[in-house]
Design a protein around this ligand. Sequence first.
Ligand code: NAP
Length: 341
Amino acid sequence: MDRNTVDPLSVASHTLSTGDRIPCIGLGTFGSDKYGPDEIAAAVDGALKVGYRLIDCAACYGNEDKIGPVFESALKNGLKREELFVISKVWNDSHGYQAVQRSCEKSLRDLKLDYLDAYLVHWPFPNYHAPGCDGDSRNPDSRPYLHDEFMETWAGVEELVKRGLVRNPGVSNVTIPKLRLILKDAKIRPVLNEMELHPSFQQGELFQFTLDNGMQPIGYCPIGSPSRPERDRSADDVNDMEMPELKAIAERHNVHPALICLKWAVQRGQIPIPFSVKPAQYLSNLKAVTGDKLTREEMNVLRGLDRNARMIKGQVFLWPGAKSWLDLWDVDGVIPGWTSD
Ligand SMILES: NC(=O)c1ccc[n+]([C@@H]2O[C@H](COP(=O)([O-])OP(=O)(O)OC[C@H]3O[C@@H](n4cnc5c(N)ncnc54)[C@H](OP(=O)(O)O)[C@@H]3O)[C@@H](O)[C@H]2O)c1
């Protein structure tokens, strides 16, 4: 191995409840309305070459058809399918028993794969917003979480598992109250739970609940999503990279603060999926989690940086009658229903 690659075998992995193994870090593929499909496909190609084996995709990122040929060529050139772990997600406009299956089939065609290692329900609402919309846009057809409706979509995901198209089903952007209902009624339980996780937003209770129920947490925006779209920015956002304690640890390790976020994530037990199209960044991100570790003391300092600072508030998914983005996250422990007449 030269200095510009990492041996995939040196990257730690987790065993999922199904027995499948998943690397402890992956590459994100959401361009944040800033990076285009070709750039992202080139990054996936580069990432596979430097040693990544986990790629987090989604239909709504609008680039699966560009990433597919990258997988196809890597598999033709010697990468074994079982060495690769590909996640995709059903978008909010394709909920429902039949629609989720059609959406998965399309992702498979676009990604040029016979099966997905994981397939997640991206959001627990069928609430659609147009790509690139601004933060004030609302869809009048949006609705709150309706459990029966969600379970129809989940039944479609279960069918995909039975059809051999999906190995590990999962959820994303759910809360403990929603998960309790889903776990109660699912015939095939979610194996993965993808959620926002970075030092200033640690979601301790949801993280522990996920582990306690045999699911693997995957952490999105692991370095605080510095390039996120305007609609996901607000005045009181915390910038993880600027937190003095985090910067001090980074200085001590002589690395960028981003890499401390990734070391912290892996040592805590979630799987970070940092995005980058820049080869130096994605290589250093992978190297960070195979290199020196944070001390117990440093981990404790980072644990103290939780500010409950959610960045991806999801306000574009609010339904008529909802009060604020907090309604999406069941902050009182209760799932809000319809509040309009
Ligand atoms: N399930 C969901 O609902 C959901 C939601 C959001 C995201 N995701 C997934 O999570 C992935 C990651 O989230 P994200 O892209 O929002 O946030 P992120 O990974 O926290 O941030 C990505 C940005 O961080 C910067 N960066 C990356 N590596 C760096 C390094 N070594 N040094 C300095 N800066 C570095 C880059 O900024 P520059 O480009 O400016 O250099 C990059 O664009 C997404 O791509 C997507 O796959 C899922």
